[in-house]
Design a protein around this ligand. Structure first.
Ligand SMILES: [Zn+2]
Length: 322
């Protein structure tokens, strides 16, 4: 959209002045859109008697006639920010379908090795974990919001033995399904659980895998995943406004000049707290991590599943609320 410096005064009812040529009261003056007043010279305008008179003195002619520069620098190209198109949702039936595929799901195989059949089935139902045909053994982590609307799903591939991600095997459901004009509005993975429980403290970790495993290890918290270190936009916290929130950033080193994961999430927590949220950042991982573990990006689950020389988990699970 462009706004011109001057345009004919089109206010209603028409304000007409005597025409400098035919002298009839049929003359429309120019309006200065920036000063919000008439063009100062009253002879600059256009006569409504287009055929019988035809008088038209434009601002451009006025500046030329008087040897003045047209105030070009005042013509701003006002482009309004494009409104974000509304979020697209995926039909819930896709989630159901993905949960009923009788094909391998390596992430689920891994969880079964850790917790057994029953707990695994509880976790699958709680997080609505799906299976994808995209790669053999692939998992779908659906992003379902607090109103049970499906925002999209992340398809990932894990190793069933050690539960580590297979590199470069990560894609969106809407991309793979080639959905046209899809506008993604991401939410935290696991957000739909808010409706089940209104009092639990919210624990936010980076990976979907960790949110699922921590739910089995410590169900006192309601676990969500941001999908990565950058997934903690203020917008995504809105449904969590009245909840106590603890962030559990991964161990990490600074890679982008914006601090370590701990520093990034601490900054975000400060911003949220200034907006009336109740957010703290756990130092458990930060305090436990060696330099090597920082480089490898260890997270809370890595410390739980790490056994010390006495056969004990390195982290006491009772320490998790801090
Ligand atoms: Zn006229």
């Amino acid at each position: 959209m462009e706004i011109y410096n001057f345009s004919l005064d089109n206010s209603k009812p028409n304000r007409l002045f005597p025409c400098p040529d035919c002298l009839q009261r049929t003359f429309k003056r120019y309006w200065d859109n920036f000063k919000n007043e008439y063009f100062p010279d009253e002879d600059v305008g256009r006569c409504n008697r287009e055929f019988n008179c035809g008088c038209h003195n434009s601002p451009k002619q006025f500046f030329e006639k008087n040897g003045l520069d047209y105030p070009k620098n005042e013509v701003p190209k006002l482009s309004l920010p494009k409104p974000k198109p509304p979020t697209t949702y995926i039909d819930t039936s896709w989630v159901e379908k993905s949960m009923n595929r009788p094909i391998p799901n390596y992430f689920i195989d891994y969880i079964k090795r850790l917790f057994g059949e029953k707990i695994t089935n509880d976790l699958i139902n709680k997080f609505r974990i799906g299976t994808s045909k995209h790669w053999k053994g692939a998992t779908v982590f659906w992003q379902i919001d607090q109103d049970f609307k499906v925002r999209s799903g992340k398809i990932m591939l894990y190793n069933s033995q050690i539960g580590k991600r297979v590199e470069f095997r990560d894609d969106w459901v809407h991309t793979v399904a080639k959905l046209k004009n899809f506008t993604i509005g991401q939410c935290f993975f696991g957000l739909h659980q808010l409706a089940e429980n209104s009092t639990k403290t919210i624990g936010i970790v980076e990976s979907q895998k960790s949110a699922v495993i921590l739910t089995a290890i410590n169900p006192n918290l309601l676990w969500l995943s941001s999908g990565g270190v950058y997934g903690v936009q203020i917008e995504r916290f809105k449904p969590l406004k009245d909840r106590k929130i603890i962030l559990y950033p991964d161990a990490g080193i600074e890679k982008d000049g914006k601090g370590t994961p701990f520093q990034k999430w601490s900054k975000r927590a400060d911003e949220l707290n200034q907006s009336g949220f109740e957010v703290s950042v756990s130092k458990l991982v930060e305090n436990a991590a060696t330099d090597e573990q920082r480089i490898k990006g260890y997270d809370l689950v890595d410390y739980y599943t790490m056994i010390d020389q006495n056969g004990q988990s390195v982290l006491n699970k009772n320490a998790i609320n801090t």
